[in-house]
Each structure stands twice: as structure tokens, then as C-alpha cells.
Design a protein around this ligand. Structure first.
Ligand code: PBG
Length: 324
């Protein structure tokens, strides 16, 4: 009670503030999303994500070396698939010599200790831009599980440490876990996007991969952002099915969910600060409306405070350089 308690005492100098700080950001917190394209010597800026690039495999190699040198130890790989390789069942996803599979091998050959996490979902491979197989304008659940689990297996074979199903089909974690076990990939981890809201903040990402759905939206599989209890169900189901880490996304609009789940579940939580969040800050900063570095660190710190053990963020590299 005032005046016995004066809370400002603990804020009186930067030395004192550092002593009492509850959460710290470091290089150990980050997963770096990377976009990969076919070709040589390609570094093309993504029009919807200023200062973020799609890289060809040779430059990917260079990039992961650089990331490792500054202390970033985990990457999350997405590939831009050529139109001619897209179809309804996304069968290019199973090509053991596909772009994703080659990317995994190159990273593992270049920096063997780098944790390689791969996106598992059909949308970049789908001629409809949906995360599953489409029939009569519906995204089918169970037939999609077959291909997703084979896709995860092919990533594991190429050397992925973790697979990250981002599709939101029911039962995919179980199917992937069984497939990995049956093929002796007992150490391949699963980061499940358990709580993935149908968010308009993914817009810039879909431009990056040219993966916009060409009919309808993703609301029959991604979650309604009005819901909170459903997030608990999704997470508990996935833990039962064999997930090692639970992913929540988007980031800033889900701080309540991160906080809630960090009290309800005991496995690590990852959050994903998505493309729309990245681009909003970039543009506001470029216009001079916000201080980029300060807002970036503030937002990333909020994820830690909410209870995330790790953060997938397009800011990772800039943040880590700034922190050191
Ligand atoms: C693919 C996938 C998406 C994102 C991650 N994996 C897009 C989507 O579901 O439409 C979004 C990431 C971002 O916006 O940064 N299933």
C-alpha cells in the first residue's frame, strides 16, 4: 500500500530495471522462416514483405551459414512451387528430389547442427491453393491425411529434424506420428500448428508463395478467431496424437491464447509472428511512423511474457543482431 509500496523504486534506473526483468529475449528463442525457389543466384524481394527474400538453393546455403554464425539455430522451410507442378493432390510434395527435399539436404550438408523444420501442408503444391485435397469445392479431411503423412516422411528421409503440419486437418498429427514410427523415424519431432486461426494476416505470405486459395477461404479448417476454448481442445488433441511442440498463430492477436495454453499444457509452445504482422511494422517504420527496432523488440518480448518458448519470426535475424 502507498506510500509503503512505491512500485517506481524498481524502475528507478536501468541497472535496477535489468535486475528485476522477468523475461529476456535471446538468439535461442528464434525460428527463422525461409522461402526457397528454383534457380541459381536468385534473391528476389517479396513484394508483399519488404526486405524479405525468396532464395535459390545456392543462396540458401550462404544464408544458413550466416544465420548459424550469429547464433540462430533453427529454420522453418517453405518452398515456392512452380505452377506446372501443382495439382489437386499435391503429389509433387512427395517427390524425394523436390525443392523442399533438396533444401533440407543442402542445409544439413552445410550446417549439420542447424535444426531444420519443414512446413507440411498442401497449399503451395495445390492447384486450388488449399491445404488439402479438394472435391466438389470441399477440402477433404481423411484422404488429405494420407498425402500429408507421406510428405512428412519424405521430409524426415531428407533429414528434417522436425516437421510442422500447418494444414489444420483433423487427425494429421496421429497419422504423421504413426507413419514416422512405422518407418523408424522415431526421433523426428512434430511441431503442430494446433491453434491456427483463419487470419487475414497471412495475406503477404500467400503472395510470397503464390498460394492464395482460388476459391472460398480456409474457414472450414482454420479456427474461428472468436474462439478460445477450442484452442485448448486443439492443443490437447494434438498432444495426445504425439505432437512435441504446439504452435500458435498469428502472434500478436493471440497473446491471450499463448498465455492460456502456457498454463494448461506442459509441452513447449511456439508462436508465429506472421507475414502480415511483419509487413505492417515494416511499412509503418518505412513511413517514419514507428521506430522499427523498438517496436520489433517490444512485440517479440510480449511473446515471451505471454509464455512462448520459441518464436518463429521474419524479424529473427535483425532482432538477434540488435540484441548482440
Ligand atoms: C501454409 C501456411 C501459411 C502460413 C504458414 N504456413 C498460410 C496459410 O495457411 O494460408 C502463414 C504464415 C505467414 O503468414 O507468415 N499452410
Amino acid at each position: 500500500m502507498y506510500p509503503l509500496n512505491r512500485n517506481r523504486r524498481l524502475r528507478s534506473s536501468s541497472a535496477i530495471r535489468d535486475l528485476v526483468r522477468e523475461n529476456h529475449l535471446s538468439n535461442n528463442d528464434f525460428i527463422v522462416p525461409l522461402f526457397v525457389v528454383e534457380g541459381k543466384n536468385i534473391k528476389e524481394e517479396i513484394s508483399s514483405m519488404p526486405d524479405y527474400y525468396r532464395l535459390s538453393l545456392d543462396l540458401l546455403k550462404k544464408e544458413v551459414k550466416e544465420l548459424w554464425e550469429i547464433g540462430l539455430k533453427a529454420v522453418l522451410i517453405f518452398v515456392k512451387v512452380e505452377d506446372k507442378l501443382k495439382d489437386n493432390s499435391g503429389k509433387e510434395a512427395l517427390n524425394n528430389n523436390g525443392l523442399m527435399q533438396r533444401a533440407i539436404k543442402i542445409i544439413k550438408n552445410t550446417v549439420p547442427e542447424m535444426a531444420v523444420i519443414t512446413d507440411v501442408a498442401l497449399d503451395p503444391y495445390s492447384s486450388y491453393g488449399h491445404d488439402g485435397i479438394v472435391e466438389k469445392s470441399k477440402v477433404l479431411n481423411d484422404p488429405t491425411l494420407e498425402i500429408l503423412s507421406e510428405m512428412a516422411l519424405s521430409h524426415a528421409k531428407a533429414g528434417a529434424d522436425f516437421v510442422a503440419p500447418s494444414d489444420m486437418m483433423d487427425g494429421r498429427v496421429l497419422k504423421i506420428r504413426e507413419t514416422l514410427e512405422n518407418n523408424s523415424f522415431i526421433d523426428t519431432g512434430i511441431i503442430s500448428y494446433s491453434v491456427k486461426y483463419a487470419s487475414s494476416l497471412y495475406g503477404p505470405f500467400r503472395k510470397a508463395l503464390d498460394s492464395n486459395p482460388n476459391f472460398g477461404d480456409k474457414k472450414t479448417y482454420q479456427m474461428d478467431y472468436g474462439n478460445k476454448k477450442e484452442a485448448i481442445n486443439e492443443a490437447l488433441n494434438d498432444i495426445e496424437e504425439g505432437a512435441d511442440i504446439i504452435m500458435i498463430k498469428p502472434g500478436i492477436t493471440c497473446l491471450d491464447i499463448i498465455s492460456l495454453l502456457s498454463q494448461k499444457i506442459t509441452i513447449p509452445i511456439a508462436c508465429y509472428q506472421v507475414s502480415g504482422e511483419y509487413s505492417m511494422l515494416k511499412i509503418a517504420a518505412k513511413k517514419g511512423f514507428l521506430d522499427f527496432n523498438l517496436v520489433m523488440i517490444e512485440q517479440l518480448s510480449a511473446f515471451k511474457r505471454a509464455g512462448a518458448s520459441m518464436i518463429a519470426s521474419y524479424h529473427a535475424k535483425t532482432a538477434v543482431k540488435l540484441l548482440s
